[in-house]
Design a protein around this ligand. Structure first.
Ligand code: NAI
Ligand code: MN
Ligand code: ZN
Length: 339
């Protein structure tokens, strides 16, 4: 089989490898589609502190089960599956409180263990989620990015009368936007970014108001209109955003952080306690695959609106370059692995 391997930072090869056999409790997936995510590019460029090399990247992938290991009773050959990249122990404190996404021995496919940019991958059977026939392949490969939005929104009980504000109109901001509009029916969702083309895509994904905060100061604009967001999601993840979010939030508002910056954010306690704000964070997904599959079956979200490019896996270098350089036109880039 062919696998896309990052040998070391900035060195990507398409390598011939042996097709792996599934061990006990595992299934083998013949992969047909995979999505490129920021973390794939970060591992490629050597900017992911968790990555070990060489590594088969890719944590958004879809395919068909073509072999099952010993003891697997709930999966069978030919089933169409999307794969949850989060592997957890099931016994530690975070696992015991329903947060396997921050398991103390967390393993993420495509980061800590070889992932899905490959013709085949062997994964724990419990991580392979069967996709109903009503969901097309191209939607199924988009389940993982929407699980991030399911995790974010699952922290904060969005209400129809929330005034939501999302920083960042990249793939993560837009999946969150779709969830807030389509699943939670939030009436007012504002999206903030510095790239007009991305804001236009946010409008096509249901944003009620978009703001280019590179051109206009956000706080002044909201104040002039008397708007105090009650729910803020930071899907742009610059360390300066949190203090602004605290300043613009409504009393009793909630803020969700998604970023991994190692730079300090400067905060004033009174800004938080004075309004009794709740600040959440969200990492990966805590068993949200069935949640998103249900959203897709009910057509509450529209994965197609985020897919901007397709490449054959042989063109993966070009695909990653487009993804990195063309933020104006690019959202989700898919790789096909057909023979
Ligand atoms: P992206 O880079 O495509 O999108 C970020 C967007 O934010 C860009 O459009 C950029 O123009 C905009 N932006 C940057 N600074 C801004 C500012 N000060 N104000 C307004 N907009 C600003 O990235 P993607 O894939 O959408 O991911 C977003 C962030 O979420 C990344 O930082 C990524 O590391 C993080 N992430 C977190 C996950 C989690 O589970 N916690 C999962 C996936 C991504
Ligand atoms: Mn992803
Ligand atoms: Zn655990």
């Amino acid at each position: 089989m062919k696998s896309i391997v990052i040998q070391q930072p900035n060195e990507l090869v398409i390598e011939e490898r042996e097709i792996p056999a599934p061990g006990a409790g595992e299934v083998r997936v013949r992969i047909t589609l995979a999505g490129i995510c920021g973390s794939d590019s970060h591992i490629y460029r050597g900017h992911n502190p968790f990555a070990k090399y060489p590594r088969v990247i890719g944590h958004e992938f879809f395919g068909v089960i073509d072999a099952v290991g010993d003891g697997v009773t709930d999966k069978s050959l030919g089933q169409r599956v999307c794969v949850d990249p989060v592997i957890s122990c099931g016994r530690c404190y975070p696992c015991s409180v329903g947060k396997p996404n921050v398991c103390t021995s967390l393993v993420v496919l495509g980061v800590h263990r070889d992932g899905g940019f490959s013709e085949y991958a062997v994964v724990p059977a419990g991580n392979a989620w069967v996709v109903p026939a009503s969901i097309p392949d191209e939607h199924a490969v988009m389940v993982e990015p929407f699980t991030i939005a399911a995790n974010v929104t699952g922290q904060v009980n969005p209400r129809e009368d929330d005034i939501a504000l999302i920083y960042g109109a990249g793939p993560m901001g837009l999946t969150t936007l779709q969830a807030l509009k389509g699943v939670y029916r939030v009436k007012q969702v504002i999206v903030v970014d510095r790239i007009d083309e991305r804001l236009a895509l946010a409008e096509r994904n249901g944003a009620d108001w978009v703001i280019n905060n590179g051109e206009q100061p956000l706080a002044g604009l909201l104040e002039a209109r008397g708007i105090k967001p009650t729910l803020i999601v930071d899907a742009a993840c610059h360390p300066a955003i949190l203090s602004e979010a605290i300043a613009i939030a409504s009393p009793a508002g909630r803020i969700v952080l998604m970023g991994f910056s190692t730079e300090p954010s400067s905060l004033v306690q009174q800004g938080i306690t004075g309004k009794e704000l709740s600040i959440y964070s969200s990492r990966l997904n805590a068993r949200k695959f069935p949640v998103v599959i249900d959203w897709m079956e009910k057509k509450l979200i529209h994965p197609q609106r985020l897919i901007t490019h397709h490449f054959e896996y042989q063109q993966v270098r070009e695909a990653i370059e487009v993804f990195e350089k063309d933020q104006k036109r690019c959202c989700k880039v898919l790789l096909t692995f057909t023979e």
